[in-house]
Design a binder for this molecule. Sequence first.
Ligand code: KG4
Ligand code: ZN
Length: 339
Amino acid sequence: MSITILGIESSCDDTSAAVIQDGYLLSNLIADQDVHRNYGGVVPELASRAHQQNIIPVVEQAIKSAGISRNEIDAVAFTRGPGLLGSLLVGTSFAKGLAMSLNIPIIEVNHLQAHVLAQFIRKKEKPSEIPSFPFLSLLVSGGHTQLIVVRDYLDMETIGRTIDDAAGEAFDKCGKVIGLPYPAGPEIDKLSVQGNRESFQFNKPRIKDLDFSFSGLKTSFLYFVRDKVKEDKDFVQKRKPDLCASLQKTIIDILLNKLIKATEKTGIRNIGVAGGVSANSALRNTLTNEAQKRDWDICFPEFEFATDNAAMIAITGYFKFKKGLFSLLDIAPLARMDI
Ligand code: KG4
Ligand code: ZN
């Protein structure tokens, strides 16, 4: 008998629904929200309103393009947290209502765990590289930067985390300083290709053990740009690719340095990179080269599963379904959740 899971993701600014059957992806629909672009960040109230508008058509389309009927769905997996409470509430309530009407169970999913497990989404037409257990996950997203020991699908332990901003936040906030639209990460990635990463030096934090910090970098970048603009008002315009490449290199250096420490401390050489920032091309290149040098086995999620998506919620739901880990209907979303 096959297991079919509908996944729903609504933790931040993307409304997404996906269908996974026996671990294989049948559909993954994402409606992103343009409403935040003009504000330089996600506006929570606008996000939950947009989720309300999007959720029914997105779920319907996901079921339709999966080529299944509603009655084939065995459980609805949804993001319980962490994220914006109003946004999470839309997905959680919808999951409950749909599951009740179909008389099937719901499965709560931790968004962070789902990012880590995005590596395991399979596509029929294309075999993907899957890390073997135990592996170290470098989770780098807009809200989180963590190093996690993954012993099994649902057995994870965080061994390092950011004490302030996340890596994605560093990209986004520094991008804002030089006038890039939100989210700035993908734009910095693109602009860096034409820049020289050795052009400028920014402060790197000295944080003990396996923890990270990015807020000092943001401040040092801000002051640096401010001083240079005082000397030449066209500085940003003239040196944008160099600024992007140098900033990006600093962020990658910080991440790589801690990843090396984590492999030394744990002795684990299998690595999975996860979260929105894992889409960054320079990060992928740097870590792939480093893996060759250091004899690591490294995997990245496919680009479409690096940033927020419901396929990762559905695959996590699938692993929980197999263990009988269902949730009660009175479950509430949580703005904060950890691994
Ligand atoms: O995982 P995600 O979609 O959402 C969260 O759970 O936070 O990550 C979004 C973050 C944003 O900060 C965005 O700027 C960053 O991922 N991002 C990138 C790239 N694509 C997305 N950062 C650097 N380079 C990219 N190509
Ligand atoms: Zn995310």
